[in-house]
Ligand binder design. Structure first.
Ligand code: NAD
Length: 362
């Protein structure tokens, strides 16, 4: 069975990652797969063609050749530009974002392309090693703090210097899921004082274990988590109580990282214009919920918004692509663990005889 890998940056100007790294090519070949890679596909992730060749992959001159030869095409995002070339019998494994790309997905399915959506990997302990969403959220959480540090006109850590003592930056993290917890850990490593809030009570302990101060807000109920561990959508009055509880922390913060999301719905609006108006000049908000509507009233996906009193709201798109080497490595290891579900001692065979694959199939 041939796995095909494309140079995604050639159709998406924000992309720099590649879906498979040489280490994974080696592992897949040991289990009976062949791998074909578009020439130059790893170049923006510091992975040259020679490394792939040494690992046993074939280099194809263009995407058309890769698609023509591959049985399974693996991509980080839906290969919109090449959708027309996919034919019946092809298997496509990718992050689909069906809410955004519904009509292309329909067309592919109608043509007989089998699609496995990586965002549907169940969040069970067995599937953890295949969970690309958690891996990419980890990268995004780390990178969000670096983006904030680049824009902040002050230090993160406390400095004791010949010019006197400088206090540490105050950082507020809203939403302590995978990305938020990584943001807390990164901001702490840079020396900031960190407070964090999540609507799920279980997050309090995780926040404290990373050395941040958990914020408690009484919204009238503790039943804020679904059976699968995600947050529930809140009623308007509960959101209002959250905003009131967060307001004093927002006005004190030098940096805010927001990650609050409820799958399948608009992200909760947690920082209003009135709250932004109380923030200090120079403060930076990085909103990771931008693509699902944003956690602030001023978020513009993909843009920096600078308010007249000097507060910046940054809403980067495809943040994991800004750390292409390690984002590719994490994605590739997760993907490889998933592909190995097709391998057995009798060889490699496409099937859906596994609960993880069944959950992913569109
Ligand atoms: P997510 O991206 O869906 O949301 C980010 C965070 O926003 C979540 O922690 C959520 O509780 C929070 N949030 C939502 N509405 C909010 C509001 N109004 N105010 C404040 N915070 C709000 O979440 P995620 O990072 O994908 O993780 C969701 C859960 O799944 C977590 O409990 C995580 O530990 C768990 N998880 C489990 C596995 C596994 O078992 N394999 C893997 C990954 C994540």
């Amino acid at each position: 069975m041939i796995v095909g890998i494309l140079a995604e940056y050639r159709w998406n100007s924000l992309e720099r990652r590649i879906a498979l790294i040489p280490e994974s090519v080696r592992r897949l070949r040991e289990h009976g797969f062949d791998v074909v890679i578009e020439q130059g596909a790893g170049s923006l992730a510091s992975l040259a063609d020679e490394l792939y060749q040494q690992a046993g992959a074939r280099i194809a001159p263009d995407a058309e050749t890769v698609i023509a030869q591959a049985d399974i095409l693996c991509t980080l995002t839906l290969p919109v530009r090449h959708a027309e070339r996919l034919r019946s019998g092809h298997v496509l494994i990718t992050i689909v974002q069906q809410w955004k790309q519904g009509s292309i997905v329909e067309q592919l399915l109608e043509r007989g392309v089998r699609i496995l959506a990586l965002e549907r990997v169940p969040r069970t302990s067995r599937a953890q090693a295949m969970d690309v969403l958690s891996s990419m959220a980890t990268v995004a959480g780390y990178r969000a703090v670096i983006v904030a540090a680049e824009r902040l006109p002050r230090f993160f850590p406390m400095l004791v210097s010949a010019a006197g003592t400088i206090p540490p930056a105050e950082c507020l993290v809203i939403g302590a899921g995978v990305a938020g917890l990584q943001a807390i850990a990164t901001a702490r490593r840079l020396g900031a004082q960190v407070s964090a809030y999540d609507v799920r009570p279980a997050a309090q302990e995780q926040i404290a274990s990373l050395g941040a101060r958990p914020i408690t807000i009484d919204i009238g109920t503790d039943a804020t988590e679904t059976a699968s561990g995600y947050a529930r959508q809140l009623a308007d009055d509960q959101l209002q109580r959250q905003r009131e509880g967060l307001a004093p922390y927002v006005s004190r913060a030098d940096v805010i990282i927001t990650t609050a999301a409820v799958p399948g719905t608009r992200a909760p609006l947690l920082i209003t214009d009135a709250m932004l108006a109380t923030m200090k000049a120079g403060a930076v908000v990085v909103d990771l919920a931008a693509e699902s509507g944003g956690n602030t009233e001023r978020t513009q996906p993909g843009e920096d918004v600078v308010l007249p009193h000097g507060v910046t709201i940054v809403a980067p798109l495809l943040l994991p692509a800004q750390l292409p080497h390690h984002a590719s490595l994490m994605f590739s290891r997760n993907l490889t663990n998933l592909l190995l579900l097709f391998a057995s001692k009798d060889g490699v065979r496409f099937h859906l005889d596994d609960e993880i694959l069944q959950a992913m199939a569109l």
